[in-house]
Design a protein around this ligand. Sequence first.
Ligand code: ZN
Length: 261
Amino acid sequence: MKAIRLVAAQQIEVADVDEPEILLPTDALVKVTHSAICGADLMPFHGYVPGFDLATILGHEFIGTVVEVGSGVTSIGVGQRVVNTSMTSDGHCVHCRAGRFTQCESRSLFGFSSVYPRLDGGQAEYVRIPLADRTLWQVPDEVASEDAVFVADILPTGLAAVERGGVRIDDLVVVMGCGPVGLMAIMCAVGTARRVIGVDTVPARLATGPRPKWQTPAVELARMSSSRHPVRFRLLRPLYRWCARRGSSRWLALTSSQTSH
Ligand SMILES: [Zn+2]
C-alpha cells in the first residue's frame, strides 16, 4: 500500500509499504478515506523529535471504514465509518480512571515514535487500530467525513482549552494563536462568552480565519506584532497587559506546545 513517511528532516516520501495486520484481539483495521495534518506533525518534520523512527507512517487524524476487527472487539464492526481518537488509552490505568485519558500509562500517538511507542498513522491506505473499542468512534450518517475529521484532535483540543479555562457566561475571552486549534477554541467559546478576541501575529490567519457561518459581532480578531509581542510563554507579561486593557477575564494561550496531549 501507499503511505507517507519522513525520509529525513523536511523531506517527505510516498512509500510502498506492507499493509498492516491484526496483531492483538483488540485491534481493528481501517481503510482510510480522509486524513489531516496537525501542527504536531511539524515537530518530526523539522527534526525536532530526537530518536523519531523514520519508518513511522505519519498522521493522527483520520476517517475511514472498518475492514477487519479482532476477536476481542465488541463495539465496532466491519463496514462502519469511523473517526479515531488520535491517541490510544487503555481505560483502566490510574490516569484513565481519573479521566485523564491522554495521559494514559500505555498511550501511543498515531504517526509518532520515540516520545511514545511507535504507532503507524493514518496518512496511508490502511492503518492498524490498537484498543479499537476505545480508539474508534462511529460517525453518524448525517455528519460529513470532512467535518468529522476535526473530532480526531483539533476540535476536542480547542474545546478542552475552553473547558479547562473555566469560560463562563459574560466572560471576555482572549484566545492567543489563531491556528486551527485556536479557531476551534474561538468557536467553542462563542455562545458562552460575552466576547471573544482572537490574537495572532500572522496576518493571513486573521484574514482567512473566521468563516461566515460563525462570524459574529461577539468575535474580534486582532494582530499583534511578532517583534513587539512575541507569542511565547516566557514573554506573556506584555500580552497580559494588552489583554487586561481590553477587559479580558479569561485568556487561553493556544500554541503548538499546548494541546490536548
Ligand atoms: Zn490508561
